[in-house]
Design a binder for this molecule. Sequence first.
Ligand SMILES: Nc1ncnc2c1ncn2[C@@H]1O[C@H](COP(=O)(O)OP(=O)(O)O)[C@@H](O)[C@H]1O
Ligand SMILES: [Mg+2]
Length: 250
Amino acid sequence: MALGEGSLLAATAPAPKEWTPFQNSCDLCAPSFSVPSWRFLGRGGSGVVYAATCEGGDQPFVVKISSAQSWRQVALEFDVIQRLSSAKVPNIETPIRLLDASPSGSKVVAAVYYPEANGNLTGSLFDTMDPSIKARAAKAIGETVGAMLCEGIVCVDLQFLLDTDSGRLLVIDLTESLVLSHQPTAIDLSFVQSFLLESRSLIPDSLFPAAQQAAQMEFSRRFPKASRNYLESPEMSDVLLSSEWEFETR
Ligand SMILES: Nc1ncnc2c1ncn2[C@@H]1O[C@H](COP(=O)(O)OP(=O)(O)O)[C@@H](O)[C@H]1O
Ligand SMILES: [Mg+2]
């Protein structure tokens, strides 16, 4: 599925069959419970993503419907987005509702968010594009990395959609996230290491110093207020400092 392919499809499509278990219990869109307008946006490892609009509603929202095997990942993602959103971490989606159903013994979860990323979308800063948009996007990634780390949440497969016209960046797909424990385990340490390495690899070398500065600023602004236990053990400090991001906690 190519990024942005959804916008090339017809403006509306019938409700996906996976929506059936939710439609009678969904009160997302008063006064009507129906969601008559659907657009397919993409399919990933854990679900299918649509833009949907309610009858009488103006702003489309985004619905990720899990496959029966992956409902845990989508429920985890929703929880993570709620935590990040209440900590005001920049460039992430806004959670609206987690809907939950077990049709005929199998479980399906639909997570609903704002906003739909639209425009001329790319998922990579390495594509050719306006240098100033590229620089802003690199800083935005840095900010989000610094803020997420400080809030004790890391993701080993950080993905984003960038609107190459407006420069707006939206982090999507936090299904591979981990909420760190106060006393870091070996798994925590390896997730943090992967998060730092993989997020670094999203950014071209020439833009990394600016991204790093943005990350450091966000990190040091939040660190005094955050629950610092996540990050203060000597093992964690070594991981943070030895990565190219060089986060200092002592
Ligand atoms: N907020 C959004 N706006 C526009 N497109 C989106 C949005 N979220 C997801 N998509 C599209 O749906 C695809 C699958 O979403 P993703 O979150 O990666 O699902 P999965 O967890 O199943 O991998 C993405 O690659 C992207 O094309
Ligand atoms: Mg995905």
